[in-house]
Design a protein around this ligand. Sequence first.
Ligand SMILES: [Zn+2]
Length: 201
Amino acid sequence: MYSFPPALANLIEQLSSLPGIGPKSAQRLAFHLVAESQERIEQLVETMVQAKEKLHTCRECFALCDGERCDVCADAERDQGTLCVVQDTRDVFALERMNAYRGLYHVLGGAISPLDGVGPDQLHLRPLLERLKHAAIHEVILATSTTMEGEATAHYLAKLMRGVEDLRVTRIAHGIPIGGDLEYADDLTLARALEYRHEMA
Ligand SMILES: [Zn+2]
């Protein structure tokens, strides 16, 4: 039986370890890549290395950016009193895309998920509480996903922030399908979810 040469099998294995790429797609990609010119491959690799080297998390909100602070945190025109808490930098881009939110963000870096070994300590929670202490924030909008983990995280945060004086804690409305990630919601749904946010009990 003829099987893939080790270098090809290795490439397929590496590609299939990427999210959203099953074995079939990995094979297709691998065959595509080996047929590309040496120059194109070097360009691809260089782009990945550059992205890895240049991208960091913003020292204030933990969104991915290529400087010390992201564009939102660096923008003095943004509403410094509202903070939208999201799970991932992708959610920041989803919310920015609809151009309706003018406040700041805080990226948690995930959601509480005991099954996956993610507890509060694995998320950027402490820096969030620090921000609330030192900045003039009067509203925190909890915009974690409507998945079980996202809901659990929102409740955990609401409880944690209950003691903070003069702070309104709201949750985005359920225009987002249950079990849904913000990233995949259409702009109108996302805008409505933000507009009809409600107080967390
Ligand atoms: Zn930032």
